[in-house]
Write a protein that binds this ligand. Structure first.
Ligand code: SAH
Ligand code: DHB
Ligand code: MG
Length: 218
């Protein structure tokens, strides 16, 4: 089984289930033109975030790690009347590109892009949020998950991206800070009585990775 096949299957499902969308396409094109790394979620994952937000009736979303605003747009579009998104980004260029993309998508009024290292901006973020998407620097995942718990109530959904790292998550001695971050957040989630969670592996156009989905239960 090859990455080529995974990509072809991703293409099939994207072409069949996820109509191309001018604002999302433009967000990716502008991000690439501005030299941002091509590490946004796939359309399939973006749509899953959108569906999770709609399934849970989310009205407010916190995102950690904006990049060019691609996942932000998927999430913001899921919120009904009175929706609100706060998205945290450390890189000024990424934040600038994201703001332009979000404005062009017509979502500038409901999305607040906050520039700064998330660990510095989180203390001034006001919750509660109905859904939190954690997708920034992987070594900080456990710290972000703790913030997500502080900023949510029972019924909220927390998603942590990129926890599989091509399978390296099972290597307790990897010495890789991102892998250690995945393991720490997984163990934190397991030990946390306030959440119930699972992790799913994914293959596709972006290789082999996966994510945690948690429900805040109490
Ligand atoms: N969620 C985006 C992808 C985010 S990529 C999408 O799917 O479309 C990760 C982003 O996190 C990058 O833009 C990077 O600059 C940002 N980042 C890295 N370290 C950070 C930190 N300490 N605080 C906030 N953002 C950070
Ligand atoms: C990387 C970060 C991501 O958020 C992602 O989805 C894929 C890769 C990275 O830093 O390599
Ligand atoms: Mg990611």
């Amino acid at each position: 089984m090859s990455e080529k096949l995974w990509s072809e299957v991703d293409d099939y499902f994207a072409e069949t289930l996820i109509p191309s969308d001018p604002a999302l396409d433009a967000a990716l094109a502008n991000s690439e033109a501005a030299g941002l790394p091509s590490i946004a979620v796939t359309p399939h994952q973006g749509k899953l975030l959108n569906l999770l937000a709609r399934m849970s009736g989310a009205k407010s979303v916190l995102e950690v790690g904006t990049l060019g605003g691609y996942s932000t747009i998927w999430l913001a579009r899921a919120l009904g009347e009175g929706g609100r998104v706060v998205t945290l980004e450390a890189d000024p260029k990424h934040a600038e590109v994201a703001r332009a993309n979000i404005d062009a998508a017509g979502l500038g009024k409901i999305v607040d892009v906050r520039l700064g290292r998330a660990i510095d901006t989180l203390p001034s973020v006001e919750g509660p949020f109905d859904l939190v998407f954690i997708d920034a620097d992987k070594p900080s995942n456990a710290a972000y998950f703790e913030w997500a718990l502080r900023l949510t109530k029972p019924g909220a959904v927390i998603v942590v991206d990129n926890v599989v790292r091509a399978g390296r998550v099972i290597d307790a001695d990897s010495g890789d800070a991102a892998v250690e971050g995945s393991r720490r957040v997984t163990e934190l989630v397991a030990a946390e009585p306030r959440v119930d969670a699972t992790a799913l592996q994914t293959v596709g156009a972006k290789g082999y990775d996966g994510f945690i989905v948690a429900l805040v239960t109490s």
